[in-house]
Design a protein around this ligand. Structure first.
Ligand code: ZN
Length: 232
């Protein structure tokens, strides 16, 4: 099988990476998943991954395409970061217009580790949920950043790996619509039930849009996207 038909999905267990996994299973012949454990405050996101994988494998012929799951520990990020996502800090907007959850260069590291693993596994495509329309404006989610990284990776590894970002230019409402289009009600339902987005790791409070505290920036974004999609 050609490497260009085999993908590695950066799969955190959130709504976006669930849509990316569905996109990859719809598009490629063989799909593996990768999660990072970098001392998140909320290991719950990593724990949701297994439930999502087994549920998504029941849709169409996706189970036959779904390959190995990988988890890489990246504890160095917690040492460097000390921001709200991985420490005790409060989640707020900083003076540079980036939220305090921003871990500098996080996606660059994720994709570089992903590329090294993809190289080893003979997978030609990296799929990630980076998105320019996200409220947060993470500079390492922008497509021009990823084009530069893709070029650097392929020069540095003498490879031909593609970074595929299906959510780059769509908003949260369109991500729900994409889930519906790719996997129907079953995919929408499993995304609602098992995907995790809340920065506070809340799995107690169930809303129409899924589990979460309801007032952290990630919950607000997810809730607004769901409401917008439902009202269309
Ligand atoms: Zn929340």
């Amino acid at each position: 099988m050609n490497a260009a038909n085999k993908a590695l999905v950066l799969f955190s267990g959130g709504q976006d990476s669930t849509a990316c996994l569905a996109y990859a299973l719809d598009t490629f012949d063989h799909v593996e998943t990768l999660g990072f454990d970098y001392g998140q405050t909320h290991k719950v996101e990593l724990e949701c991954r297994a439930q999502l994988r087994s549920a998504i494998a029941k849709i169409d012929n996706w189970g036959a395409k779904l390959g190995d799951d990988h988890t890489l520990p990246l504890p160095a990020l917690a040492e460097i970061g000390g921001t709200a996502l991985i420490g005790d800090g409060e989640i707020k907007m900083q003076e540079n217009n980036l939220p305090s959850t921003f871990v500098p260069g996080r996606n660059l590291l994720f994709l570089t580790y992903g590329a090294a693993l993809a190289y080893r596994r003979g997978l030609g495509v990296l799929v990630g949920g980076m998105c320019e329309t996200d409220y947060s404006g993470y500079p390492d989610c922008r497509r021009d950043t990823l084009d530069a990284l893709e070029a650097a990776i392929n020069l540095g590894m003498q490879s031909d790996i593609t970074i595929d970002t299906p959510l780059m230019h769509i908003g949260k409402a369109e991500t729900w619509a994409l889930a519906q289009e790719l996997g129907g009600e079953a995919l929408v339902e499993l995304t609602l039930e098992h995907s995790h987005t809340c920065y506070r790791g809340d799995r107690e409070n169930r809303h129409a849009w899924g589990y979460g505290c309801g007032d952290c920036p990630a919950c607000e974004l997810r809730a607004a996207g769901y409401e917008k999609w439902k009202s269309q």
